[in-house]
Design a protein. Structure first.
Length: 529
């Protein structure tokens, strides 16, 4: 059975009263979602170092932008107030750094990302199937997804906000009002200023909704012309056109990097494995627990709603997102993980399936079970953050032995198993944040060398002169000769995270160890200032 796409047909036939049993169930679901969100935020805030990876790069950028506008401009950095796909979160990050400092800014942004996913699902389910609000707890369960833990803060925030966009769009999509269409389009452009993927997620869903409306409803034939040319088409075309123009503006950069250059594709076996990418951050055990909890939630949802299952806008969109994951490239020269960005909405949207009829009697046990699953998953993540905290505490001690206002080369030579999230990765950017130093690779090895094309979606933040940067994964998988003439010219200190003897021998032959403790070593570069 397919879904009729008019607003009248999609209006859930459920009680609207906020008193009595319906109101109590609503409040109980909201309380459960709030509790799960608070538990997640507590884990993130109580961990001394969270999240990891890319977030250090982002935080360093916020700090440098804040200094450029409010303090002493950092050497070799230029900031332009121009529309790009990162400028939205960057401006929020700069404001938070200016008001509260970098440590608090990081925790606030992390808390926002953790809160937006369950809150966005709750808002969406409230307009698609109000009696099922407790399923927004799945958003809390997936709050600790790999994208957030790896530090992809823009994407994590963007997916949460696009859920709110859906909640606003859903009851208005068939309203023949130009002010509504323009506001929806402007909000979709706002998604573009957070992350390139988020407006694409919105466009997929609105066109799937329109396409489902083209299917005949019931047994009686309907007029094809009437199905084709209805107000939803005007809304979809308007939003798409406005977002398309904005995309052109955001991605226009004379001499910039080509977004579609050198696509790389995964093999079939890797595609199958990467279906679980949002769950897999620290270990196979952690991924298995999180995936199992999600799988139990999905099976429970399908069983409880087995009499009401149908192909509606959100279940069909989830299928489309899975198809996009299968056909999309893994990445290109200007970005990675392009295909797996479709998976998070694919795993979330089935729980937002619309309801036209009243649901069965309330199930308090279901709400309690979903909340328990969220708490269990949070405890598992907490266990792994403890291990990462110990590693990064040693890194902090080593950074204390690097003088302020110096140039630092970070080398990771750690062979401990970090399947997807390496706590050491990009952590050296704290030398910029705390010590006003310089560290290479502000764009994660993409656009981070002299001569690299300027990435158009980062062009609000320009590094004029790049420090020498070794090959990616030098010290673990790559041991090609370093350009020591450039190292001696560009750096004052080297910090080594890991105990690879080969790397230690190479560095010790050209630089002088000045601090060594466990897996951390600091070297003074020969001829440094």
């Amino acid at each position: 059975m397919t879904e009729h796409s008019t607003a009248e047909a999609e209006r859930p036939a459920v009680p609207n009263a906020m008193t009595g049993s319906a109101g109590a169930r609503h409040r109980a679901a909201g309380t459960a979602v709030a509790l799960a969100t608070v538990v997640n935020i507590a884990v993130a805030v109580l961990a001394h170092h969270f999240p990891y990876g890319d977030v250090m790069n982002h935080l360093a950028r916020y700090v440098l932008m804040e200094r450029f506008w409010f303090g002493a401009p950092p050497p070799g950095i230029v900031v332009h107030l121009t529309p790009t796909a990162y400028i939205g979160v960057d401006l929020v990050g700069v404001a938070l750094v200016h008001l509260f400092g970098p440590h608090a800014a990081l925790r606030i942004l992390t808390a926002i990302a953790l809160a937006l996913l369950p809150a966005g699902m709750y808002a969406l389910i409230s307009v698609t199937a109000p009696p099922r609000r407790e399923w927004a707890l799945v958003g809390a369960l997936l709050g600790f997804n790999w994208f957030l833990i790896q530090g992809m803060i823009n994407y994590a925030i963007g997916v949460g906000i696009v859920l709110f966009w859906f909640a606003w769009w859903w009851p208005r999509r068939a309203v023949p009002s130009w002010p509504v269409r323009i506001l929806l389009s402007i909000a979709a452009v706002g998604l573009l200023l957070i992350h390139l993927t988020t407006p694409l997620i919105a466009l997929v869903v609105i066109w799937v909704d329109y396409a489902l409306g083209l299917l005949p409803q019931g047994e009686l034939p309907t007029n094809l012309r009437h199905r084709l040319f209805r107000s939803e088409l005007v809304t979809c075309v308007t939003i798409t056109a406005v977002v398309g123009v904005a995309w052109g503006v955001v991605l226009t950069s004379p001499g910039g990097a080509n977004l579609v250059e050198s696509f790389e594709f995964r093999g079939a076996s890797m595609k199958l494995l990467e279906l679980g990418a949002p769950f897999f951050s620290f270990s196979l055990l952690q991924a298995g627990i999180m995936a199992a909890l999600y799988g139990i939630c999905l099976m429970a949802f399908l069983y409880i709603n087995r009499a009401r299952l149908r192909l509606d806008t959100f279940t069909a969109s989830a299928i489309v997102f899975l198809v996009l994951f299968l056909v999309f490239p893994q990445g290109s020269k200007v970005g990675g993980a392009m295909d797996i960005r479709w998976l998070l909405p694919a795993w979330l949207l089935p729980f937002c399936m619309t309801a036209r009829e009243p649901s069965d009697a309330p199930r308090p046990w279901l709400r309690q079970a979903l909340l328990a699953a969220c708490v269990l998953n949070a405890l598992v993540i907490w266990h792994y953050t403890r291990s990462a905290d110990r590693l990064l505490a040693d890194f902090d001690v080593a950074l204390e032995h690097v003088p302020p206002d110096t140039r630092l080369l970070a080398i990771i030579s750690d062979h401990q198993p970090h399947p997807r999230v390496d706590p050491y990765a990009q952590y050296a950017f704290w030398h910029i944040i705390r010590n006003r130093g310089q560290v290479a690779g502000l764009w994660s090895y993409t656009g981070a060398r002299d001569g690299d094309a300027l990435l158009s979606y980062f062009r609000h933040f320009v590094v004029l002169h790049h420090l020498y940067l070794p090959a990616a994964r030098w010290g673990t998988a790559d041991f090609s000769p370093l350009d020591w003439q450039r190292v001696n010219h560009d750096y004052d200190y080297i910090i080594q995270a890991g105990t690879d003897e080969r790397v230690d021998a190479i560095l010790s032959a050209h630089a002088t160890p000045s601090f060594r403790d466990g897996a951390m070593t600091v070297y003074k570069v020969s001829g440094s200032r």
